[in-house]
Write a new protein. Structure first.
Length: 461
């Protein structure tokens, strides 16, 4: 595979096969000198670039287990994942990456060996680690070729940040498996700059979040320059029909949606060369068997080649969702007569904002750690740009009065206590929160109250 490194200013530097293999070999040799070998867990929190890509490839070659961590995670969150996984090494900056002279080792291990430990948010408690086998890499050929539509020699730009399963699948693996070139852009998202870069870099395959497609479609420069994109796909949240139509009208580009989870990899999608009704997340990928049980999307796990091995050291949580060979996704869908599926929401309370999946428990814990807060409930609030924003109902400690200044202070506090994208853009101070008779927080009642009130406190930018 090849890569094209694009810096903050948009300057592109090509990195060929030989150079990438040489960097991977040096990193593999350095890791081996540090004692990293088959089955060892290594945490990786690096910016998107050649070294990040080389570390993932080197760990794969050594038979080690990659534990990707998003750059936005706090030190506390990373330390928690390192401790829970028993990671022998944590590469948290490019200077942490060891290198030494050496040749690229041959692949170590069998397809059933562990290879990737990907943490995913839940509604309660801390995120769970989803363990994937080495077979996960080759298994992703299905979605790379049939959904993304990647061909040999293509330039592929997936904008997902490092640390997320989508960056593994669609930045690294898609290019590796198909003999393509991966664009590695580490700049912050700006809609006008993004459109300019798409025009200049001319990717054959573009993968962005629905939020990025929406925000680009609202940019002043949208439609100004032609784009040479052959395949455009989206995943991570619901892709709305108006955004699809805007891209079609402006550029003749049909943005195709897809669906998957950290535990499953890609499950459904509008395949390359196909079209589906507005707002559809496609049909099951070829060979994948899904069921709709009381509105919930369920997957026959034996038919999904990218299905995970289970939650890390948590067989009870695995068994709770995997019952009689059927994986219960927790996502509600409706199936149309033509077989296409449409996303209708979560059975649980996970918040999907700008492509990030946010467990409300993490937001609530961060808020409760502030001395002014007695209790908090976090829910998703519909937002036309981000899909959802995080809203929090907050019960203040005795004697504390709510104010705009306090709301801003709580937002800043959450940004410091957890990943910045999890902070509540909307905050409402309330006297009490709804609970069941057994004391369980009823987030559904919070959402119902917000809907009845016609919204929430004024969201921050």
């Amino acid at each position: 595979m090849r890569s094209l490194v694009v810096n903050d200013e948009g300057r592109a530097t090509p990195v060929g096969d030989a150079e990438l293999d040489a960097v991977t070999a040096r990193v593999a040799a350095g890791l081996a000198e540090r004692g990293v070998g088959r089955g060892d867990v290594v945490a990786v929190q690096l910016p998107k670039g050649v070294l990040w890509l080389a570390v993932l490839r080197a760990l794969w070659q050594l038979g080690a287990v990659s534990l990707p961590c998003p750059e936005l995670l706090s030190q506390t969150e990373v330390a928690d994942r390192v401790e829970r996984s028993g990671a022998m090494l944590a590469l948290l900056a490019e200077d942490d990456v060891p290198q030494a002279d050496g040749t690229l080792p041959r692949h170590q291990g069998s397809p059933e060996d562990p290879a990737f430990l990907l943490f995913t948010s839940g509604t309660e408690g801390g995120p769970k680690g989803a363990l994937h086998r080495r077979s996960y890499v080759e298994a992703n050929r299905l979605q790379s070729e049939r959904w993304m539509g990647v061909r040999a020699g293509d330039r592929v730009w997936c904008t997902a940040a490092t640390g997320w399963s989508k960056s593994l699948r669609n930045v690294w693996m898609a290019a590796e498996l198909c003999g393509a070139e991966a664009v590695l852009h580490r700049g912050r998202f700006d809609p006008d700059q993004r459109l300019a870069l798409i025009a200049e870099l001319r990717p054959d395959v573009l993968c962005m979040s629905p939020t990025e497609y929406r925000r680009c479609a609202s940019a002043a420069s949208f439609g100004d320059r032609p784009l040479a994109v052959r395949e455009a796909v989206a995943a991570g949240e619901t892709l709305d029909a108006p955004t699809v139509e805007r891209w079609r009208e402006a550029y003749g580009i049909v943005v195709r949606d897809g669906y998957g989870q950290t535990e499953t990899g890609a499950v459904t999608g509008v395949l390359a060369g196909d079209e589906a009704g507005a707002g559809a997340m496609g049909r099951p990928l070829p060979g994948v068997d899904v069921r709709v049980d009381d509105g919930e999307l369920c997957v026959v796990s034996s038919t999904l080649p990218t299905f995970f091995a289970g939650y890390w050291n948590d067989p009870r949580a695995t068994a709770a969702a995997l019952r009689d060979g059927l994986w219960h996704t927790g996502d509600l869908v409706r199936r149309e007569v033509d077989g296409s599926l449409h996303y209708e929401g979560r059975r649980d309370d996970v918040i999907s904002s700008s492509g990030y999946r946010i467990g409300p428990g993490e937001v609530e814990a961060a808020l409760r750690s502030h001395p002014a807060v007695a209790e908090a409930a976090a829910v998703g609030l519909p937002d036309p740009e981000r899909g959802q924003i995080v809203h929090a109902d907050v019960v203040l400690a005795h004697g504390v009065a709510g104010s705009d200044e306090l709301a801003d202070a709580l937002r800043d506090h959450v940004r410091g206590a957890t990943a910045a994208y999890k902070y509540p853009r909307s905050i409402r101070f309330v006297a009490a929160l709804p609970h069941t008779p057994t004391g369980k927080l009823q987030r559904s009642e919070v959402r119902r109250s917000l809907a009845a009130a016609g919204g929430s406190a004024e969201p921050s930018d």
